[in-house]
Design a protein. Structure first.
Length: 384
């Protein structure tokens, strides 16, 4: 009897569903999901398929209302719908499934919708509560919005109103999520090398500064390992730039796997890398890391059906012995790298300059991490 009543309601609403869906999806207007760039700015766009695939949770202690809402939404084309009649389950369900929209009845025994929203707010990491409150009490609407609901639907249900509010809320929610993800992507691009995902110069500058501050405060040592692949140009010339890119990404992975989690691996550009060792007890520890890096990188690579071998040279500068600021320390490590290249490559060298002599040769207005390092004419004779 109850199922027949639901089916009858669905048939009555049939024409309204088709008309409302047509209103929501004007003919010829099918925006793509994601974003595009126009006039130098990113334009976020949510497609109809994204909206109709949005994850919806229906929460109501009356089975009739649950079935009616499910029928409305499925009839309109929504495909990812879950329901529960137990409000205590909502937080755990949302934690596991991250719903894009929660249709939440406000009047339920044991735990009402207001209490559910308070519990949800404790678990929402981005302070966005995707709740569409459902109520038969006009006085509850304002309170629901004050507690955190984004909109409300009145009982008894008006099909056109329900579908319009659900559609609009899902669109806003998905746009909010897309904007957040786009922001994360831009932040990643600003701080990371786009090819390898390693830290770029900007992030390296910050990490170097933090490591130096930590070392000064704790009267401890930190180190910089300057790395340069041996003969990388030959790989590009013989196998092509795509193979070269694969090699660089694989090398980056090996570098990250070789050092500690607190250390920083950065790509300066081309085939040059930097490892910032957050804390070392002295030259021996830095030398051990450099030796491990050389060993890891020298193992063969399988790239596009070819077995490729390449080596890497390293120069090490240790704070405070070889420099007390980022610029001086980087130059000390770079000169040590030059000595490693002169020694036959596939080796490391520790800087022989003291902090005083290194500082004497440093240009105080030039930050090595922000500008290309200067090469002497003698250094240019050694091919990297």
């Amino acid at each position: 009897m109850q199922d027949e009543r639901i089916r009858g309601a669905a048939r009555t609403f049939g024409d309204a569903i088709r008309q409302t869906r047509a209103d929501l999806l004007p003919q010829g207007r099918q925006p793509l999901s994601g974003y595009r760039v126009g006039h130098g700015a990113a334009i976020l766009m949510i497609g109809s398929s994204d909206i109709f695939n949005g994850k919806v949770l229906i929460v109501d202690d009356h089975e009739t209302d649950v079935l009616l809402l499910e029928g409305m939404l499925r009839g309109a084309g929504y495909v990812s719908i879950t329901s529960t009649m137990d409000p205590v389950e909502v937080c755990e369900l949302h934690r596991k499934n991250h719903y894009d929209l929660i249709l939440l009845d406000l009047q339920m025994p044991g735990m009402d919708g207001f209490q559910v929203m308070e519990s949800l707010k404790e678990n929402e990491s981005d302070d966005y509560l995707p709740v569409l409150a459902v109520t038969a009490q006009p006085a509850h609407k304002l309170r629901a919005l004050q507690v955190g609901a984004k909109d409300f639907v009145s009982k008894p249900f008006d099909l056109a109103e329900v579908l319009m509010r659900v559609h609009n809320m899902l669109e806003v929610r998905l746009l909010h999520e897309a904007a957040r993800n786009h922001g994360k992507m831009l932040e990643c691009l600003a701080l990371n090398d786009p090819l390898t995902g390693l830290a770029n110069r900007r992030l390296l500058t910050d990490r170097m500064s933090m490591a130096l501050v930590h070392a000064r405060r704790n009267k401890s040592a930190m180190a910089v390992v300057y790395l340069d692949l041996d003969g990388f140009k030959q790989i590009n010339d013989t196998l092509g730039h795509d193979a070269g890119d694969i090699l660089l990404k694989t090398v980056a992975g090996r570098l990250v796997a070789t050092v500690r989690e607190e250390d920083t691996v950065a790509r300066l550009g081309g085939d040059e890398f930097i490892v910032v060792l957050w804390h070392v007890s002295g030259n021996d520890v830095a030398a051990t890391v450099a030796s491990k890096v050389i060993e890891a990188v020298s193992q063969p690579y399988e790239i596009e059906g070819h077995t490729v071998s390449i080596t890497i040279s390293a120069g090490v500068g240790v704070y405070p012995v070889h420099g007390e600021d980022a610029d001086t320390l980087m130059k000390s490590a770079d000169l040590a790298l030059y000595e490693a290249k002169r020694a036959g490559k596939n080796v490391f060298r520790i800087s022989e300059r003291t902090g005083a002599s290194a500082a004497a040769h440093s240009q105080p207005d030039t930050l090595a991490l922000r500008t290309p390092l200067p090469d002497t004419s003698e250094k240019m004779k050694v091919a990297r």
